[in-house]
Design a binder for this molecule. Structure first.
Ligand SMILES: [Zn+2]
Length: 477
C-alpha cells in the first residue's frame, strides 16, 4: 500500500489471515521481493515518467521493492551479487496508474442497475457475490495490463476490502482508496445497497459533509472523494459551495487530498474555488473558458478527463459496437466481456448521450485539448468497473481516446504515471522511475514516445520489485 508505511507486523498478519479466509491460495505472505534481492535492469531506453527526455542505455537498480539507483550504463555501480536483466533494445517506463476505478462495479452488464436494470436476470446480491469471489482475478487483470496502481474513487466498504486483498496478493496493484460525499444525488439512485452498505454517499449540509470526511478517515481512506452528481448544479438552492468548502477544510485537517466528480462547468468552477486538488471527468455542458483555465492553472488542479466512459458505458453497450483494443482482449476478464453479449435488446439510453459521446471532435475532445494547451496537468483514469469498461486494460482505451483527441504520446505517459499518482496522493511513492520510489516498472517492446499504443506492448511487469512474465498474469477462463 503506497501512502502509509507498513508499521505493524501484527496488522500485516491480520490482513493476510483475512485474505486467506476470503480468497485462499491467491494470498501470499510474500507479496513483494525479499528485501535483500538486488536486480539491475540494464540497457533499455528509460522514459522515467517525469516528462524529461528519454535516456538510452540506462541502468535501473532495484533492491527489494525499491529503486536504489538510476543512471547510464557505466555511471551506476552494479554490485556483483545483483541479478542482471538485459533489456537492451527495449523501453523501461514506470508502472501505469489508473486514477479512476471502482471495485464495487465488475464491468459486467449487471453491475449498475440504476442505469440498466437487469436484476430480474441477475439479482444485485448475486452480482455482489460474483465480485467478491472474483477479487484475485480482478486484481491480476490490472498487472496484466501493466497497471501497478489503481485509485478507487468511491464506493462501499468493499473498496477497503479490495485494498487489503491487494496487500496480500502478489499479482495485484497498489490500491488507493478515495471515500467521501457527493452532493445533489440521493444515495440510492444508482446502486442498491452493497452488502448493506451505501455505495454513493450523499450530503446536503456542512455538518454531514464533515462527518462523512471523519468517517472516511476512521475507515482508513487515502484520499477524499467529493463532487456534484445529478445537476444541473445551478438549479439547486442549497448552499453547495459551502458543503464543498466544508469537505475540503475537513480533508485538510486530516492531511488528505481531495478529488471531485463533476461534469458541469459551473460546478467545476465552484469545486476548484473550494480547493479540490483534482477533477474527475470533464465539463460536458460547455466549453471551458479563459477564466476557468486561469483559475485551474492558478490552483494547480489536475484533470482526469475519463473520455473512455462516454463511448464504452453510454454508447457501445446499447448497440454492441464494442471496439476492444488488443490488450483488452488479452487481459480483460473473459467472464466480464461475455456478459456484454448475454442480454438482447437493451432499450435505447436516450438523453442525448449517444450524440455527446460520438466519436469525433465534440465538447469532451475540445475541452481536453483546451486544458492541455493551457498547461493544466492531465491524468489518465478509466472509470473501470462501469459496464463496458474492463478492470485493468481499459486504461489503455482511455489513453487511446486521449491520443485521438490530440494529446501527444509523451504527455500521455506522464498522465498515466506521475500525474495519476498525484491525484491519488501517492506521487512521492510511485509514478516515476526515481531513487527511493517503489520498483513498479514496465519493460516494453515499442517506443512509448512514438505512439501511446506502445504501452500495450508489454514484455515484463515489475511490481514492488517482483518480475512477472506476461504469461503469469493472463486471465483464467
Ligand atoms: Zn467513476
Amino acid at each position: 500500500m503506497p501512502p502509509r508505511p507498513r508499521c505493524s507486523a501484527i496488522a500485516d498478519r491480520l490482513i493476510l489471515a483475512l485474505c486467506l479466509a476470503a480468497w485462499g491460495s491467491a494470498c501470499a505472505p510474500e507479496a513483494t521481493a525479499p528485501e535483500s534481492t538486488l536486480t539491475a535492469f540494464v540497457g533499455a531506453t528509460l522514459v522515467d515518467g517525469t516528462g524529461g527526455p528519454s535516456r538510452p542505455d540506462a541502468v535501473v537498480l532495484v533492491e527489494g521493492e525499491r529503486i536504489v539507483a538510476v543512471g547510464s550504463r557505466g555511471a551506476v555501480d552494479v554490485p556483483g551479487d545483483a541479478t542482471v536483466v538485459d533489456v537492451s533494445g527495449r523501453w523501461l517506463v514506470p508502472g501505469l496508474i489508473d486514477a479512476h476505478v471502482h471495485f464495487f462495479e465488475s464491468g459486467r452488464i449487471y453491475t449498475k442497475p440504476g442505469q440498466i436494470d437487469l436484476t430480474h436476470l441477475v439479482p444485485y446480491p448475486d452480482e455482489v457475490a460474483w465480485m467478491k469471489q472474483r477479487v484475485p482475478a480482478t486484481l491480476r487483470a490490472y498487472l496484466c495490463a501493466g497497471v501497478t496502481t489503481a485509485v478507487s474513487v468511491g464506493g462501499p466498504r468493499f473498496e477497503y476490502e479490495v485494498r487489503s486483498a491487494a496487500q496480500s496478493i502478489a499479482a495485484a496493484p497498489n490500491v488507493v482508496v478515495g471515500h467521501g460525499p457527493l452532493t445533489l444525488v440521493p444515495a440510492e439512485v444508482l446502486f442498491p445497497p452493497f452488502d448493506g452498505d451505501v455505495s454513493v454517499r450523499s450530503v446536503t449540509d456542512t455538518e454531514s459533509a464533515r462527518t462523512t470526511v471523519r468517517e472516511a478517515v476512521a475507515w482508513g481512506a487515502d484520499l477524499i472523494k467529493t463532487g456534484v452528481l445529478g445537476g444541473p448544479f445551478a438549479a439547486y438552492e442549497a448552499d453547495y459551495a459551502a458543503v464543498h468548502d466544508a469537505v475540503v477544510e475537513a480533508a485538510r485537517v486530516e492531511g488528505l487530498r481531495v478529488t471531485a466528480h463533476v461534469t458541469e462547468l459551473e460546478a467545476a468552477r465552484t469545486l476548484i474555488e473550494a480547493g479540490v486538488d483534482s477533477l474527475q471527468h470533464l465539463p460536458l455542458d460547455a466549453l471551458v473558458d479563459e477564466a476557468f483555465l486561469r483559475l485551474a492553472a492558478e490552483r494547480g488542479v489536475i484533470v482526469v478527463p475519463t473520455l473512455a466512459v462516454g463511448p464504452r458505458n453510454f454508447v457501445q453497450p446499447y448497440d454492441r459496437s464494442y471496439d476492444l483494443l488488443p490488450i483488452e482482449e488479452i487481459c480483460g476478464d473473459p467472464q466480464v466481456i461475455a456478459s456484454w453479449y448475454e442480454v438482447d435488446d437493451l432499450p435505447p439510453l436516450g438523453g442525448g448521450f449517444a450524440e455527446l459521446f460520438a466519436a469525433g471532435d465534440g465538447v469532451p475532445q475540445q475541452n481536453i485539448r483546451r486544458l492541455h494547451e493551457a498547461g493544466i496537468p492531465l491524468a489518465a483514469g478509466s472509470d473501470a468497473g462501469n459496464f463496458g469498461l474492463l478492470h485493468g486494460a481499459s486504461l489503455h482505451y482511455e489513453l487511446d481516446r486521449m491520443q485521438a483527441a490530440g494529446i501527444p504520446a509523451a504527455d500521455l505517459l506522464v498522465a498515466a504515471t506521475l500525474h495519476a499518482a498525484r491525484v491519488g496522493g501517492v506521487g512521492a511513492e510511485v509514478g516515476s522511475v526515481e531513487v527511493e520510489k517503489r520498483a513498479d516498472l514496465l519493460i516494453l517492446d515499442a517506443d512509448p514516445l512514438e505512439d501511446v499504443s506502445a504501452l500495450q506492448a508489454i514484455h515484463r511487469v515489475v511490481k514492488s520489485g517482483r518480475v512477472f512474465e506476461r504469461d503469469e498474469l493472463l486471465p483464467t477462463r
